[in-house]
Design a protein around this ligand. Structure first.
Ligand code: GLN
Length: 477
């Protein structure tokens, strides 16, 4: 087996033991990128020379003893990096060079990681399929005629295809968990405030959170431990100590209780999703984890609430792309108003425009109370559902999506259908709680084995417990 198909933890341990050099490893991943990226389009930029130079330094003893010394990773292209461009998959900031590096990326580099490049995403992280990317859609490595899921599809596809050992993504309404599920990898969205958002280009600031991709639960635990923790320039980041997530993931699950929410066992689920849930429950029971039924009655309002809150915040956050401060400016503009309007008309894609219009509408006087304010109230009810449920159990198990990845182009003309892909992921962001998607089952469609994700949701800042239960499921496979 190639190193590129092993887990991040295996790669890390092999590097530390001297069983492989960072140079050979980086060359291996670069070779894989050369072979697979032209079709999959996971990377927008690859930092070949820099990665090789860093690998040489690691092989000469740099970063010795650090947790990620020599481990090759990929970064979603909405995380600012001083190296290369930060485009967010948008023509608007195609040539934007950030003056600073996002805290999460900086922490990875301080831990000795080697960043191989920046991965493609739906424009400004708005989407569920990765088809809204100005640099072309990302393809699913399990079946290149299908979408990888969005918006962190590039990161998920890069991990799944062995083009990096692990990756960072961002999750506002499911953008880590959905692509992880559809590409067959592990994706973890931490609690709101667990990881600093400093340097993450804002989409919906009350929902956005940086998270990680790996091949197994240990990979996710290791990466989370490195990027978590407070940062003085981000007041929304919680000043809480960071536990040893890897050690916590290996503790006994005895005495823990897992909840099944009946609202997630919908008839809309693919039969293979129902079977995956049954297998999961059997595995938990076999490991001594009690299974209890819980109810999250406001679940059906999640999608409408999310698409009001996120569009409202997006319309405000994206006002900064005005053709004046940075990024694209229309050459055809004759006056100041045209600088704004033509710039935005020419450089934003259709989905971003739709979100800005929806968001402006729900915030406008006369509609604010009926839409935005009401959505905030429902958001509170959704959070209270989880608070009540977590009084009865330690985590909730549910599917990540109702079915496997769909064909490229299949939902492009139907925004509502596209939004409904997030039905099982958005409530987690609205409540600010952590969620993880694990490779669940596979389902055979047209001769291809397509992955499905099993999702675990936990109480706020209880990532350690979530990881422990995730390992129970993974270990039973
Ligand atoms: N699919 C969701 C959306 O389009 C989630 C995106 C995300 O988490 N960044 O808003």
């Amino acid at each position: 087996m190639d190193w590129m198909d092993k887990t991040l933890v295996e790669v890390r341990d092999a590097l530390a033991a001297g069983a492989v050099s960072a140079g050979d490893l980086v060359r291996g991943y670069l070779g894989r990128i050369e072979k697979r990226n032209p079709r999959i389009n996971a990377y927008h930029e690859v930092w070949t020379q820099r990665a090789l130079a860093q690998a040489a330094a690691v092989d000469q003893g740099a970063f010795r003893g650090r947790p990620l010394a020599g481990v090759p990773l990929a970064i979603k292209d909405n995380l600012c990096t001083q190296v290369g461009a930060t485009t967010c998959g948008s023509r608007m900031i195609e040539h934007f060079h950030a003056p600073y590096t996002a805290t999460a990326v900086q922490k990875l580099e301080e831990a000795g990681a080697i960043i191989l490049g920046k991965t493609n995403l739906d424009e400004f992280a708005m989407g569920s399929s990765n088809e809204n990317c100005a640099w072309g859609p990302v393809k699913n490595p399990c079946d290149e005629t299908r979408v990888p899921g969005g918006s962190s599809g590039g990161s998920a596809a890069a991990v799944a295809a062995g083009m990096c050992a692990g990756a960072l993504g961002s999750d506002t309404g499911g953008s880590i968990r959905l692509p992880a599920a559809w590409c067959g990898v592990v994706g973890l969205k931490p609690s709101y405030g667990r990881v600093s958002r400093y340097g993450l280009v804002a989409f919906a600031s009350s929902l956005d959170q940086i998270g990680v991709f790996g091949r197994c639960v240990d990979d996710a635990a290791l990466l989370l431990g490195v990027i978590a923790g407070p940062y003085p320039l981000d007041s929304t980041c919680a000043p809480r100590p960071v536990p040893d997530y890897r050690a916590a993931a290996h503790e006994s699950p005895q005495g823990l209780k897992i909840g099944v929410a009946r609202e997630y066992l919908s008839p809309a689920n693919d039969p293979a999703v129902q079977r995956m849930m049954e297998t999961a429950l059997a595995r938990f029971r076999a490991a001594g984890v009690a299974v209890v039924e819980v109810s999250l009655p406001h679940t059906p309002y999640g999608i409408s609430t999310y698409y009001i809150v996120c569009t409202a915040e997006a319309s405000s956050n994206l006002a900064r792309y005005d053709g004046v401060r940075y990024g694209y400016r229309s050459a055809a503009a004759q006056d100041l108003i045209q600088v704004y309007s033509r710039t935005r008309q020419e450089a934003f894609g259709p989905e971003v425009k739709r979100r800005i219009m929806l968001g402006t509408y729900v915030l406008s006087s006369g509609y604010y109370d009926a839409y935005y304010l009401k959505a905030l109230r429902v958001r509170r009810l959704i959070k209270e559902d989880f608070d009540r449920a977590f009084g009865q159990c330690d985590a909730i198990v549910c599917p990540t999506s109702t079915g496997p990845a769909f064909k490229l182009g299949d939902q492009s003309d139907d925004p509502l259908k596209m939004y409904l892909n997030d039905v099982y992921t958005v409530n987690c962001n609205l409540a600010g709680i952590p969620g993880i998607s694990l490779p669940g089952a596979t389902v055979e469609v047209e001769g291809c084995q397509l992955p499905l994700g099993l999702q675990l949701l936990g109480p706020v800042f209880e990532e350690a417990k979530l990881l422990r239960l995730a390992r129970v499921y993974e270990g039973g496979q």
